[in-house]
Design a protein around this ligand. Structure first.
Ligand code: SF4
Ligand code: SF4
Length: 367
């Protein structure tokens, strides 16, 4: 959809693709590369700070300890999804028969370099854990933590965020955003919490100059063009075309055809920033009974199995269909957004080459 909005860079009215988060104009400041590390050291007093670190061609989150040339604020999304910060793979949620949830005392986290696709991932998780089941652990973690997002400064082949109306640069739902430019970052504040943090480190920031503003504008345009090229190359349909595609293809051979090579490993759901299914597991530990919440995957055969052994989705292709139905039919119906960010993680993680872009294309075009 094309709408007229205020360009955040220069306030000029222009036509642009409407991103999921819309265009909002904010005051900008400049943070030099040297001051970034002074700032991170300052944040460490109040937060456990996590930053993306480059390892070969990939980026992984690690706790920040000291300045390192391997810290990459820009570039592209991390390999792992960020949902693990708020719902760990396995977490003890109750012990004995105490109805009160366990209250763990821990420092809040500051997660740095979060990309726009992962901000959408948080929105989907919020729907489930804040508005849906009101998970006290998740809610508290989301309230306490600081999200310092960053523009993508490149795209990789699997990125197709624009098909889901996510621009490759954050526009809202962050506390502070960093856009990498020569010598440092353009900084924007996006929430009262972000403003507080910004104010308490004010002396590190300076006025931003036009050269940097123009550089950011140009950089954003280039990354958008890279993602658009990916989308064109793989023929990924835009989300405006998704309505009704699951219903139309419910009995289609597409599902069996695509599931032929599936190994039922669950990598696609594990690595997905929006997938959120979990199981509650009770077990005895010493003399006590404890309850864990642990990630589950709808691609696994036992996921929907009930007492007596009955299973509504005994075939792999049914589970694949269910995964798409959940993301592109059920979730938009109940929450008003597709449960996909276009991050492409499931494409690179799948050992069976089951590519979500190809499945979407087949579904939209009834192939
Ligand atoms: S379904 Fe795939 S592309 Fe979409 S959010 Fe999940 S991992 Fe990313
Ligand atoms: S990652 Fe690929 S092979 Fe593994 S469960 Fe998902 S679709 Fe099947």
């Amino acid at each position: 959809m094309v709408v007229a909005v205020f360009d955040p860079e220069d306030g000029a009215r222009q036509d642009k693709r409407e991103g999921l988060f819309g265009g909002v104009r904010r005051a900008m400041q400049f943070l030099s590369n040297e001051n970034l590390f002074v700032w991170l050291a300052g944040l460490k007093r109040d937060y456990e700070v996590y930053v993306p670190l480059k390892k070969g061609p990939f980026r992984f989150y690690e706790r920040y300890t000291a300045p390192s040339p391997d810290i990459v604020i820009g570039e592209v999304r991390a390999t792992e999804p960020l949902k693990g910060f708020f719902t760990p793979v396995k977490e003890k949620v109750a012990e004995l028969f105490n109805p009160e949830p366990l209250r763990k005392k821990q420092k809040p986290m500051a997660i740095v370099g979060v990309k726009a696709c992962d901000l959408k991932g948080f929105l989907v998780q919020d729907q489930v854990f804040c508005k849906g089941c009101q998970d006290p652990f998740y809610n508290r973690a989301r309230e306490d933590n600081l999200i310092i997002s960053a523009d993508c400064t490149q795209a990789i082949d699997s990125c197709f965020c624009l098909a889901l109306d996510v621009n490759p640069y954050p526009e809202s739902h962050f506390d502070i955003n960093l856009s990498e430019v020569t010598g440092g970052f353009i900084v924007e504040v996006g929430s009262p919490k972000g403003q507080q943090v910004f104010d308490s480190h004010k002396t590190l920031f300076q006025e931003v100059d036009t050269m940097h503003v123009n550089e950011r504008k140009e950089g954003r345009k280039q990354v958008v063009a890279e993602v658009e090229r990916n989308i064109a190359k793989h023929g990924v349909p835009h989300q405006n075309e998704y309505q009704g595609m699951i219903e139309r293809n419910y009995e289609s051979k597409i599902w069996e055809d695509e599931a032929k090579t599936c190994t039922e490993c669950g990598a696609c759901t594990t690595i997905c920033p929006t997938c959120h299914c979990f199981a509650l597991v009770d077990q005895k530990e010493g003399a006590e009974f404890v309850r864990y919440r642990q990630w589950d995957s709808c691609m696994l055969k036992d996921y929907a199995r009930v007492a007596g052994g009955g299973n509504p989705r005994p075939q792999l292709w049914m589970r694949l269909r269910n995964r798409f139905e959940k993301k592109f039919d059920f979730f938009p119906q109940v929450a008003g957004l597709n449960a996909c960010t276009g991050c492409g993680r499931c494409i690179t993680a799948c050992p069976a080459n089951i590519d979500i872009r190809r499945v979407l294309k087949r579904l939209v075009h009834n192939e």
